[in-house]
Design a protein around this ligand. Structure first.
Ligand code: IMP
Ligand code: MG
Length: 179
């Protein structure tokens, strides 16, 4: 267990790289089985999921493609925040889609994303998340592949950041006191 400081906060090891690798092995095997004769298109959500996507993708033995997307939010003309997907250059119509997310917290971000993806009529959509905070989750969509259920505390590492920092850490750390 290591204690580290990132910017102005202290964090302690929550998941080691070996534990993470073991869980990514497990879901990769499940995906290789479930999509055996398919050609799914992976859509990792930037920025946080780049490391998870890379590690998962290396373990896939099926025919598969990948295209990174990002959710941009900007001020709409009349009613507050509008979200739109940027980087969706591949056609998802009639494709088997697997969305990759670093963490599902409240689920708000992902529910917006899933709704927009569904409007392009893919033949299926599944969701894989490295981390899931069941106590913070407020939505009802299904997370098909999860590596870890974690407590409702702020975490960094393995792609996840605190104020832009900590994405390069190979373990996942949780904050010592809540933000
Ligand atoms: P949600 O909309 O509440 O599910 O939050 C989703 C997004 O917030 C994730 O894609 C992350 O970018 C960010 N996020 C949520 N919880 C954490 C955390 O503990 N550490 C770092 N980023 C987080
Ligand atoms: Mg994210």
């Amino acid at each position: 267990m290591a204690v580290i400081t990132v910017k102005d906060k202290e964090f302690t090891t929550l998941l080691t790289n070996d534990q993470i690798a073991e869980q990514i092995d497990r879901i990769a095997e499940a995906i290789n089985t479930d999509y055996k004769d398919k050609n799914p298109l992976f859509l990792p959500v930037l920025n946080g999921s780049f490391m998870f996507a890379s590690e998962l993708f290396k373990r896939l033995t099926i025919n598969t493609e990948i295209s990174f997307i990002k959710l941009a939010s900007y001020k709409g003309s009349s009613q507050g925040k509008v979200n739109s997907i940027i980087g969706l250059s591949e056609t998802i119509y009639n494709r088997d889609i697997i969305v990759l997310e670093d963490i599902i917290d409240s689920g708000n971000t992902m529910s917006v994303l899933l709704e927009e993806l569904e409007s392009h009529f893919p033949s299926s959509i599944r969701l894989a998340a490295l981390l899931y905070k069941p106590d913070a989750f407020k939505k009802d969509f299904k997370i098909d592949y999860t590596c870890f259920d974690i407590p409702d505390k702020f975490v960094i590492g393995f792609g996840l950041d605190y104020d832009g920092l900590g994405r390069n850490l190979t373990d996942v750390y949780s904050i010592n006191s809540q933000l």
